[in-house]
Design a protein around this ligand. Structure first.
Ligand code: IPE
Ligand code: IPE
Ligand code: MG
Length: 235
């Protein structure tokens, strides 16, 4: 792995917690709990490698369709983990940012995230972007709505709409596009993650389940990334 060619932005679809738990004969929530340690490890590696942005898909806008107990368990897990980890995040100079529709998130979870974002807002190292109740299509539609509102209110002429003006209205505004998009658990799909932003991301799929994804696994993904030729449509 070449330290000079580390991606600026890594995005991860952390998948396979449920299957991990099933293999251990445990309830699905045990898999989500085990996944927290893998998140911690990924953050630590990104801090060490001086990656600028790490985006983690932690709950999709489609995940509400899961059994009520699992959803509740995940929402409480966020509260528990954030309270426990905020000190360490500050020590690591990590700034936490959220993308997704927070208005539909239970109030305790929303508050925990808002507190964590506020407490880490001044940090200047890694930006950890947590995708929560996030869906790429929903985010694109929300951006279209903002464009229309700005047009109606006279703040934007339709002719001035271009890719930059559009991207500035996505929840990822100001965040560079991901260079490397990792998905664990053997599935090879985007599941509504960063549809606009991942246009030129290098995709990396591994069979490892998220709770098993270690620092070594991340380094392996980086080695593969560094062997890719990014052409952006050129030669
Ligand atoms: C990913 O693991 C975590 C979330 C979607 C919240 P899953 O819970 O999807 O695990 P599998 O895919 O069922 O194994
Ligand atoms: C994607 O995983 C969402 C997250 C990792 C948060 P899913 O497990 O929800 O995706 P599908 O259902 O397999 O496409
Ligand atoms: Mg899954």
């Amino acid at each position: 792995m070449i330290r000079e060619d580390v991606p600026r932005h890594i995005a991860i679809i952390m998948d396979g917690n449920g299957r991990w738990a099933k293999r251990q004969g445990k309830p699905r929530l045990a898999g989500h709990k085990a996944g927290v340690a893998a998140v911690r490890e990924a953050i630590g590696a990104c801090v060490e490698l001086e990656v600028d942005y790490l985006t983690i898909y932690s709950f999709s806008s489609e995940n509400w369709s899961r059994p009520r107990d699992e959803v509740r368990g995940i929402m409480s897990l966020f509260v528990e983990v954030l309270a426990k980890e905020v000190r360490e995040l500050n020590e690591q100079n990590v700034r936490v940012q959220i993308i997704g529709d927070m208005s539909a998130v239970p109030v305790k979870t929303r508050r925990a995230f808002n507190d964590c974002c506020a407490s880490t807002a001044q940090n200047t190292g890694l930006t950890l972007v947590v995708a929560l109740n996030y869906g790429g299509r929903g985010d694109i539609v929300a951006a279209v709505r903002r464009c229309m509102e700005d047009s109606v209110s006279g703040n934007m002429k339709p002719a001035s709409l271009n890719q930059e003006a559009f991207a500035a209205r996505l929840s990822t505004a100001g965040i560079p596009d991901p260079d490397l998009l990792i998905r664990t658990s053997g599935e090879q799909r985007l599941s509504n993650f960063l549809l606009w932003e991942a246009a030129y991301a290098e995709l990396y799929f591994t069979d490892e389940l998220w709770p098993d994804f270690s620092r070594e696994s991340l380094l392996q993904a980086l080695v593969e990334y560094q062997g890719r030729s990014r052409r952006y449509g050129g030669v």
